[in-house]
Ligand binder design. Sequence first.
Ligand SMILES: Nc1nc2c(c(=O)[nH]1)N[C@H]1C(S)=C(S)[C@@H](COP(=O)(O)O)O[C@H]1N2
Ligand SMILES: [Mo]
Length: 315
Amino acid sequence: MKILGSAITPERAWHNRREFLAALAAAAAGSALPGGARAAPVMPVQLIERLRYSRNERYSTTEPATAYADVTSYNNFYEFGTDKSDPAERADRLRPRPWSVVVDGECAAPGRLALEDLLRPHALEERVYRLRCVEAWSMVVPWIGFPLGDLLRRFQPTSRAQYVEFTTLHDPEQMPGQRVPVLDWPYVEGLRIDEAMHPLTLVAVGLYGRVLPNQNGAPLRLVVPWKYGFKSCKSIVRIRFSERQPVTSWKRSAPREYGFYANVNPAVDHPRWSQKRERRIGAGSLSGRQATLPFNGYGDEVAALYRGMDLARFF
Ligand SMILES: Nc1nc2c(c(=O)[nH]1)N[C@H]1C(S)=C(S)[C@@H](COP(=O)(O)O)O[C@H]1N2
Ligand SMILES: [Mo]
């Protein structure tokens, strides 16, 4: 399988191979899953391509990573259904290769790039980030990727580029959940240009040292660690620079519940539930809920982006 161009190196093992194999065995046995959920279909280890990357300690949490089995079987990806187990069960219909991404809008060098050409100039890093869903659960995931800003700069955004819009593939044949109008397809998300350029904002192409499983947004997805998970758009086919704030899917479907900013904020409740605490997936039913941190714990890095903004109004 030739994928991801120069990023592949078959000879280099994942840095903690034994732990990885143990996680795969646990997944196959159906253990270590929250609420008795079923295990994800697991690829044989030799079929999951290994990636070459360096570890970024500065941007990695030292909290223990959520088990591979949980990260790949407890998912939100409504293109495959609204149950947490649907993406792992149905995302094998997605064909992440060949793939291309259109970059257009307010930039001097728009274009359509094949996945290989999009990724080729970028060195991959491992970054262990917290992911906090607006549904009040969280995970810790060792992502593999590179800063979105490095990609965006190649297309030379103009001074009118105030926002960046991201669009997921729209193909009900590959994504059967799109036959159900739970959202106005395709899935659209957006960031302000300074949020998109922030060094924490990642384009992820893998996790746990391997190519991204389909259910986690193959072949490329965003990871914006200080925002609720829904900002981290999966299986991206279009990136558009714009002067106006993009109309995002969740804001369009329920504007009172999901704002454009979506910064993790324990002080602003979702209209139907509290955001003060979160359940860490895989931590076990006895461990209870932990306090949610402002900006998901990344405030030192990103709070300055919102200085002077009323974050209860711009939620
Ligand atoms: N295209 C698309 N992207 C998406 C979603 C989705 O339904 N469709 N769900 C979002 C939500 S709500 C969360 S919490 C994260 C979950 O990412 P994970 O399944 O890799 O943990 O993906 C986000 N990206
Ligand atoms: Mo979410």
